[in-house]
Design a protein around this ligand. Structure first.
Ligand code: SAM
Length: 229
């Protein structure tokens, strides 16, 4: 029986076999537990900045008898990783895009030195995360989109490369791989957003003081979404 929600299952699916991974902001450590139990990962760090979730992680790891393969560490972002850990894959899931971007920007060269794969699942603000990846030579190699409990989640997998290629504005917004896959969940998400932006532009047009800059931005989004859908 899996401990993972549909969202975390989708994150799990992105992890390569025989990896040494760190789950940053692990909370309950469900993801590392499942990855080690299923022998997808050979070693994992469950990193947490808060003491409460850190203790919860430790309890789960002990309960499953996995404390020799999962280290639960208290610390801010990637500071829980040392060069000697040889972590090749970092997962950051279940947070806002701004927080994920900040955690990545605060990572030192040593903490990132062995990291070849990033698997990121922002709850919101996906374009910010894609911008960080492109600016730091991580190429987006896979993406997924799942709907759970009336929320749509995107998962972004990226690999370190010498020099990544730039993305177009629609790709930053909607995801280069998701645009290609165009799954029913993707189409439903963007049809809903399109409707929202169209309504917002209509309402803003009736406002006493018209914010033309905001209307222009919305119209730009509408154009991108219509092009892709
Ligand atoms: N990753 C799990 C998931 O996807 O279900 C838990 C997500 S939970 C909503 C976010 C967790 O990130 C919280 O437990 C929080 O304490 C932790 N967190 C927030 N900022 C962090 C940081 N800078 N470094 C490490 N953990 C952080």
């Amino acid at each position: 029986m899996t401990l993972l929600s549909k969202r975390l299952q989708a994150v799990y699916q992105m992890v390569d076999k025989d990896t040494r991974m760190a789950d940053i902001g692990s909370d309950h450590a469900y993801l590392p537990v499942e990855l080690i139990e299923q022998k997808v990962a050979s070693y994992a760090i469950a990193g947490e900045v808060a003491k409460g979730p850190m203790s919860r992680s430790k309890e789960d790891v002990d309960k499953f008898g996995l404390s020799n393969q999962i280290d639960v560490r208290l610390g801010d972002g990637l500071a829980v990783i040392n060069g000697t850990d040889k972590i090749d894959t970092v997962v950051i899931a279940g947070m806002g895009g701004i927080l994920i971007q900040n955690i990545l920007s605060n990572a030192t060269a040593e903490e990132l030195s062995n990291v070849k794969t990033l698997i990121l699942q922002p709850n919101i603000g996906e374009p910010l995360v894609r911008h960080w990846l492109v600016e730091n030579d991580f190429m987006i190699v896979d993406e997924d989109i799942v709907s759970e409990d009336h929320h749509v989640y995107e998962i972004i997998k990226a690999k370190k490369v010498e020099k990544t290629v730039a993305l177009t504005e629609p790709e930053f917004l909607m995801g280069p791989v998701l645009i290609k896959k165009k799954t029913p969940t993707f189409t439903a998400k963007w049809q809903h957003k399109l409707h929202g932006y169209q309504k917002a532009v209509e309402n803003m047009g009736h406002a006493k003081k018209i914010d033309q800059a905001k209307i222009d931005v919305m119209n730009q989004y509408i154009k991108y979404i219509e092009e892709i859908l």
